[in-house]
Design a protein around this ligand. Structure first.
Ligand SMILES: *Cc1c(COP(=O)(O)O)cnc(C)c1O
Length: 383
């Protein structure tokens, strides 16, 4: 740094993410097609085309589209008849434990791995009881869970495995789609996710039978005009959502490349800043989703707390996010659970107090990233 004068704030607010918005004319042309077809929902042509395209993009055998990721995950738990207790992570978005509650299943919180911030696969076994029916793990920030270890424990105890892959669009392990691990994976297509349909989601499966069951469950259980075979819900993706998805999908690889450059830039700018660590997102054999750019701030070494940096950033028009703070285990609806005790979740509590998601989307420039990092270093040194 050349001087001690305060850096200028950004002229307009900078958020953690911005939705990918293709040229409106492309969307309008699709809308015209939909209007001409007079078919707005219930497995229309846009829906079927998107389902087919995503099956290929995500390298999965079967995929089923939904109106949002949370309903998809609720249906996933229903379709596997999860009951009793399911082991999950407290370091996630509220939807993860909530879908268990909506299935009358008790979430059992497991501590996380400090490096990946995912459920610590080595601690799952100690939480299994006769009531345990499954594991609901999250590929947090797109980093794959220890899928081999999780499957090994699940197989040994006859448990189902569901992955919340909301952050993991396009993630691959050795060219295998992340949605092929476990019994079912859920992807969210919310506007803030890398790939989006404004609101939307999908489940992926290896089993054709499971897909058939889920397709019934998401349409009220209606098999045909004469038969309703199970108590389903309305989880259908409509034609407008699917049309947005078909167009956004064409820009995903480009967006991913832009984010990769920005991620490298952040890492370069922050590599010598003591007390700041960037989440490792380039591992051999792993294709990353570049969903978020996440740092950890070690207060003792950096000299400033995560909360201090978060507040100060706002003065510069930078709106970082504390993903994930608070832990789900600290919500009023879950903190009474024995597994929510802080002593059980020491790593999660520490990580949750140190993480910060920085602005990260294709519309950002390399100069913006440099400026954000310069502001961070100024915040560290100023009084
Ligand atoms: C976004 C998100 C969800 C919810 O998805 P919606 O499509 O918004 O319902 C669930 N889990 C995680 C980890 C998420 O980030």
């Amino acid at each position: 740094m050349t001087n001690n004068s305060s850096p200028n704030p950004f002229p307009t607010p900078l958020y953690v993410t911005r939705p990918l918005l293709p040229d409106l004319a492309l969307i309008q042309a699709k809308l015209q097609e939909i209007w001409d077809s007079k078919w707005l929902t219930n497995n229309g042509p846009q829906h079927d085309l998107l389902e087919k395209e995503l099956t290929g993009t995500l390298k999965v055998p079967y995929l089923s589209l939904f109106n949002n990721g949370t309903i998809a995950l609720i249906v996933a738990c229903q379709s596997l008849r999860l009951s009793g207790e399911v082991i999950t992570t407290p370091f996630t978005f509220p939807a993860t434990p909530h879908v268990l509650t909506w299935n009358n299943v008790k979430p059992i919180f497991c501590d996380i791995d400090p490096a990946t911030m995912n459920i610590d696969a080595n601690r799952i076994e100690s939480l299994i009881t006769p009531q345990t029916t499954g594991i609901l793990a999250v590929h947090v920030f797109g980093t794959p869970c220890d899928t081999a270890k999780i499957q090994e424990v699940a197989d040994r105890y006859g448990l189902r495995v569901v992955y919340d892959a909301a952050h993991a669009f396009g993630v691959e392990i050795d060219d295998k789609g992340i949605g092929t691990f476990g019994d079912i994976s859920m992807f969210s297509f919310h506007a803030t996710k890398l790939f989006h349909t404004a609101e939307g989601g999908a489940l992926t499966f290896n089993s054709k039978e499971l897909k058939s069951r889920v397709d019934l469950l998401k349409n009220f259980g209606i098999k045909n005009e004469e038969e309703v075979v199970m108590p389903g819900i309305n989880g259908k993706m409509n034609e407008l959502q699917a049309a947005v998805g078909l167009i956004v999908l064409q820009y995903i690889e480009e967006e991913r490349q832009k984010r990769r450059v920005l991620s490298d830039k952040y890492k370069e700018c922050l590599k010598n800043v003591e007390g700041i660590t960037c989440l490792e997102n380039e591992k051999p054999g792993i294709k990353n989703s570049y969903q978020y750019f996440v740092i950890r701030i070690n207060e003792k070494v950096f000299g400033r707390s995560r909360d201090y940096v978060y507040d100060e950033f706002k003065k510069y028009n930078i709106f970082a996010r504390k993903y994930f703070y608070p832990l789900c285990s600290d919500y009023t609806c879950y903190r009474y659970l024995p597994s929510s005790e802080a002593g059980n979740l020491q790593v999660a509590n520490k990580v949750s107090s140190e993480v910060l998601s920085l602005p990260f989307f294709g519309g950002l420039s390399g100069d913006d990233v440099e400026r954000i990092c310069r502001i961070l270093m100024y915040i560290q040194k100023s009084d």
